[in-house]
Design a protein around this ligand. Structure first.
Ligand SMILES: Nc1nc2c(c(=O)[nH]1)N[C@H]1C(S)=C(S)[C@@H](COP(=O)(O)O)O[C@H]1N2
Ligand SMILES: [Mo]
Length: 251
């Protein structure tokens, strides 16, 4: 038997073992929130291992925060697709009538202006946006913790995920409740001391600094608290997951 074929057999055997172990653990894992919504795909076993490991040992881990002097002089705004008509109308009037809608499994549906959002709580962080394509930049983000919005809305006990939608209709995404309530997960309305500029997602973007940049959806306009992602798109939990990226993008 050649070295190559033995290695191939070994790899195949390990992969098969890994798959069956993960399959056996799936029932337990689902119960304890260790299985990501895109677990059924080709990369499913790998996605599940990463997600489960981060959830078991890193639930409270913090994304790296940087000193002020490391803020990037020229942050790069990634290209963005077309925003909807409503966005253009709000932009024309300086976002004064713009509102963030919050609904789903909550006691108090909300429609929040930017001022109302700012009045809930303010949090600052100097963190890095890391794109899966290899570039990154560091900026100061000022915003309202997503957890503070969830508290204001009074989340029902069966809630498991927060779906976020955008004026860019192709950019919906979601995080689990732990990520949503993590102190560094914020709805950012400020950047580097000023308002959040439109190219960077203004008036409001998600900042999920423990995950890759694509989870930090720009132009966010609606949050929906849900117990399952099955009814959203094809059930993978985000537009990016449907496009082949992993739903969980922990760094
Ligand atoms: N609405 C919207 N949000 C988005 C994107 C997008 O195309 N549309 N791109 C994502 C990706 S892939 C990255 S890496 C970051 C980049 O953030 P930036 O534009 O501030 O550089 O935004 C994310 N948020
Ligand atoms: Mo990205």
């Amino acid at each position: 038997m050649s070295v190559v074929s033995r290695r191939m057999l070994l790899t195949a055997g390990l992969a098969a073992a890994g798959t069956s172990v993960v399959a056996a653990a799936a029932t337990v894992g689902r119960r304890f929130g260790l299985v990501p919504p895109d677990a059924a795909g080709w990369f499913g076993p790998g996605e599940t291992l990463t997600y489960a490991a981060h959830r078991l040992v890193g639930r409270h881990a913090m994304a790296r925060e940087f000193p002020r002097e490391m803020i990037s002089a020229k942050p790069f705004a990634n290209s963005t697709r077309r925003r909807d008509e409503a966005f253009l109308a709000h932009q024309a009037t300086g976002f004064t009538t713009w509102r963030l809608a919050v609904d789903g499994l909550i006691e108090r549906p909300l429609l929040l202006s930017l001022d109302e959002l700012r009045a809930l709580a303010v949090s600052r962080q100097i963190t890095e946006v890391s794109c899966e394509e290899g570039w990154s930049y560091i900026a100061e983000w000022i915003g309202t913790p997503l957890g503070a919005v969830l508290d204001a809305a009074v989340v029902k006990p069966e809630a498991r995920y927060v779906v976020y939608q955008s004026h860019d209709e192709d950019a919906w995404d979601s995080v689990d409740i732990d990520e949503a309530r993590h102190a560094q997960t914020i709805l950012a309305w400020g950047m580097n001391g000023g308002e959040l500029p439109v190219p960077f997602g203004g008036p409001l973007r998600m900042r999920v600094p423990r995950q890759l940049g694509y989870k930090s959806t720009k132009f966010v306009n609606r949050l929906v608290v849900v117990d399952s992602l099955a009814d959203w798109g094809t059930g993978k939990g985000s537009a990016d997951a449907e496009g082949g990226y992993s739903w969980y993008a922990g760094i």
